[in-house]
Design a protein around this ligand. Structure first.
Ligand code: PMP
Length: 326
């Protein structure tokens, strides 16, 4: 679907996957006006297909567009575009548990020019790919690296938007994490480098206390982390399962000390790709520790099972999250 200044959205088309032809002076290649989303379509027990919360992705896409001075795509158009593609690719939606059809909606400036200003032309597209289970051989905790040197997002920046530049800026820290033998980076705030923000592509959750007394805590949205749709869904699910939930600031010291004295019993990350991933070990330039006994926690696995059951149609969708295709 194209957008042109003065004309708005036009020329929606469903076409076979093919390379795009691009002018070397395409403004996106130089000034990075580009945003995207990630969401999944799941096979349901009756053979039908349903997309998880596409309206939530559509609204986040609108917020990202505003931050990048791009035009907002109506929520209905975003959802309809995803629907059309899933209908077309229906045979590619896997039958197996935990597998899905991953959808990647994105928009970028399509105008040609070298002046630095919001473009007057944009292209919105959706592509799809079958996605295997994130943990084909059972859920395995990840190791994380607390990045002190690099920051992902600063106050007033684009941290809350899902824009390519945030990911480009994070690659060097991801490489640093790998050098230290870690799977993922945990980002800290840009000021004090003290407050836990999120991971490269997932939000974080902390289980404080244990059993029925546990409180499920996630860093609050300060403007520098991505408001994850999985994060949002888990706040609802956790509360429904009877846990207290809190959105607040959590510091590295609280994590380290809470881990040592046993108040923080489980930590996990969540996002569309992995749904829920337990965090097993933590490393920074100054310290290293194991979360709990290093194995997936009980509450982590309970929340994971509940969310997956809703997504795959094995549990009732009391929240109206599953968007069923006709
Ligand atoms: N943080 C970042 C930086 C991400 O890229 C993602 C993936 N979209 C998330 C968190 C998790 O968001 P969601 O649950 O909407 O996939």
């Amino acid at each position: 679907i194209r957008w042109t200044e003065g004309r708005g959205w036009h020329d929606a088309q469903l076409q076979p996957y093919a390379p795009l032809q691009m002018d070397p002076a395409n403004m996106t290649l130089h000034y990075a006006q580009t945003i995207f989303e990630g969401l999944k379509a799941y096979r349901q027990p009756d053979g039908s297909v349903a997309v998880f919360r596409p309206d939530a992705n559509a609204r986040r896409f609108q917020r990202s567009a505003r931050r990048l001075a791009m035009p907002e795509l109506p929520v209905e158009t975003f959802v309809e575009a995803c629907d059309l593609l899933v209908q077309q690719d229906r045979a590619w939606v896997p039958e197996q548990a935990e597998q899905s059809l991953y959808l990647r909606p994105f928009m970028f400036a399509s105008e040609v020019g070298l002046g630095v200003r919001p473009a007057n032309e944009y292209l919105f597209m959706v592509i799809a790919s079958p996605a295997g289970a994130y943990f084909p051989r059972g859920v395995k905790p990840v190791s994380v690296w607390l990045s002190q040197e690099y920051v992902r997002a600063a106050p007033g920046g684009t941290g809350e938007a899902k824009t390519g530049g945030n990911y480009a800026a994070s690659l060097v820290a991801q490489a640093e994490a790998a050098e230290h033998g870690c799977d993922q980076v945990v980002w800290l705030d840009a000021g004090e480098r003290r407050w836990i923000e999120e991971m490269g592509g997932m939000n974080l959750y902390f289980v404080v206390g244990s059993g029925a007394d546990a409180t499920i805590v996630t860093p609050k949205l300060t403007g520098t982390l991505l408001p994850g749709i999985t994060r949002d869904s888990l706040l609802t699910i956790a509360a429904d399962l009877g846990y207290r939930t809190e959105e607040r600031l959590i510091s590295v010291e609280e994590w380290r000390e809470g881990n040592a004295d046993g108040t923080i019993t489980e930590v996990f990350a969540c996002g569309t790709a992995a749904v829920i991933t337990p965090v097993g070990t933590v490393k920074s330039a100054h310290a290293q520790w194991t979360v709990g006994d290093g194995e997936p926690g009980e509450i982590t696995m309970r929340l994971r099972e509940k969310l997956l059951a809703i997504q795959t149609g094995r549990a009732e969708d009391r929240y109206g999250w599953m968007h069923k295709l006709a």
